[in-house]
Design a protein around this ligand. Structure first.
Ligand SMILES: CC(C)(COP(=O)(O)OP(=O)(O)OC[C@H]1O[C@@H](n2cnc3c(N)ncnc32)[C@H](O)[C@@H]1OP(=O)(O)O)[C@@H](O)C(=O)NCCC(=O)NCCS
Length: 157
């Protein structure tokens, strides 16, 4: 059964190396474009401008309920991957993850956030629109397996 806002306590914290198996499991479970363990690890340890956060349950031994992997390049934050476990959706975890990395990126000098999303991924597009993102472009056949266009969405802040 899915959780509700009232029975899930969680906090948003830095992603740790120990979280990576859970992050990769979530990535695979939710059908995201595959990064894999090594890519997350490299981003965590070798990119000083990466902003990697997890939503950690306050019970169940700090289980990872969701994560976001993002990176600042010059004045731009790019969201590389974001996912929430299917049992913990619609209780604002993704919204809070995004707000957290956007706030952090501001202190690094970022003034806009950019991301790509599958043209058919309505839930994610709804999430981004609700946070103020707008579609600014389309990349043809950007995704593979299955091949699909990406919408490019932007938030200025
Ligand atoms: C997209 C995803 C990250 C949203 O996570 P979430 O924690 O459930 O999102 P939130 O609870 O913060 O949702 C905030 C708002 O986004 C919109 N939204 C989220 N999921 C939605 C859905 N399935 N259908 C319609 N709107 C949705 C709603 O407006 C929602 O507000 P509401 O619940 O008050 O109506 C999650 O569904 C997921 O992990 N999907 C698979 C991975 C993925 O597609 N990642 C994005 C790649 S670009």
């Amino acid at each position: 059964m899915s959780a509700t806002l009232f029975d899930v306590g969680y906090e948003i914290t830095q992603m740790l190396e120990a979280d990576l198996p859970a992050v990769v499991e979530l990535e695979e479970m939710t059908g995201l474009s595959r990064w894999g363990y090594e890519a997350y690890k490299i981003e965590l340890f070798y990119n000083p401008m990466s902003i990697m956060r997890v939503a950690r349950g306050l019970t169940e031994r700090s289980r990872v309920l969701g994560f976001v992997a993002s990176r600042v390049t010059f004045d731009e934050l790019h969201i590389n991957n974001i996912a929430v476990h299917p049992d913990f959706r619609r209780i604002r975890i993704a919204s809070e993850l995004l707000k957290t990395v956007i706030r952090q990126s501001y202190s690094y000098g970022s003034r806009r956030c950019l991301l790509e999303v599958r043209a058919s991924n309505e839930p994610a597009q709804c999430l981004y629109r609700k946070l103020g993102f707008r579609v600014i472009g389309r990349r043809r056949d950007y995704y593979t397996q299955p091949t699909e266009d990406a919408l490019v969405m932007q938030l200025i802040y």
